[in-house]
Structures are given as C-alpha cells and as structure tokens.
Design a protein around this ligand. Structure first.
Ligand SMILES: [Zn+2]
Ligand SMILES: [Zn+2]
Length: 137
C-alpha cells in the first residue's frame, strides 16, 4: 500500500483512482494547488463535476483542506495527521508568494490567541499572509 492508499484507508474512504491521483499530486507538490490547476491536470481522467465531488469528499473526511487564496481561487492542500471527519485540527498560516504565487501551509511556532468579545468562539482560524517564499527570496 502506498502513502495515498494509506491515507484513504485511515479516513475510511474507498480507494478510487482519482482520489489516489489527487493525493499523490498534493504529496508530490507539497503546497496548495488551485482547483483550476487540478482540473487541468486531471481533465483527461475525470470531468469537472467528478473532480469537484472528489475534492469535497476528501475535505469532508479531513484529508485535504480548502484555502481561498488572495485572488479568490479555491486551493487544496493535504491536512495534518490529526484532521478527521469530525474536525479539522490543522490551524496554521497560509502563505502566498507574491512572486511565484505558490501557496504554502506553514505551522505556527506558537498558536496565536485572540481575545474576543464575550459570546464569540472561534471554530476555525484562517490566516492568509503574503510575501516572498524561500525559493524566490
Ligand atoms: Zn515563491
Ligand atoms: Zn493549509
């Protein structure tokens, strides 16, 4: 069993070729890939609706998470180990490079805490930063 198949098994998802291919691609890239780019890459394998459903099911089960980038595009990245169908536990910084436009998941050294007005609770924190990445800097 390869790593992608292991991930599907752990999240109790049926092994389908497109799911395995999408996970493989994200593993290989190591950063967040936009939906239009995934559509382009997998256009010869599945139609857009199937890809959309694939990404949805992976997101629901905590395999990937969706990020809306600075251009309003949906991007997908693999989740941390501890995400599951009940909850995503991967709070981290999303960092988009102004030069190459790649988007990275970066973990916080210490998770930021916010003092919110009484009665507000945070379920999921989304922080998007932009700047220059390691390879462009
Ligand atoms: Zn860059
Ligand atoms: Zn992320």
């Amino acid at each position: 069993m390869n790593q992608s198949e292991g991930i599907l098994k752990k999240h109790k998802l049926r092994q389908t070729e497109i799911r395995i291919n999408v996970i493989n691609h994200l593993l290989e890239k190591g950063n967040a890939i936009s939906q239009p780019e995934l559509e382009r890459i997998f256009s010869n394998q599945v139609d857009r609706v199937t890809l959309y459903r694939t990404l949805n099911s992976l997101e629901e089960k905590g395999v990937v998470h969706k990020i809306i980038d600075r251009d309003g595009l949906s991007r997908f990245a693999l989740c941390a180990e501890n995400c599951n169908e009940h909850r995503h536990n991967d709070e981290h910084l999303h960092f988009q490079c102004n030069q190459c436009s790649r988007l990275f998941c970066l973990s916080f050294p210490t998770s930021p805490k916010f003092e919110l007005p009484k009665g507000f609770t945070i379920d999921r924190l989304r922080i998007l930063a932009d700047g220059v990445c390691r390879e462009c800097g």
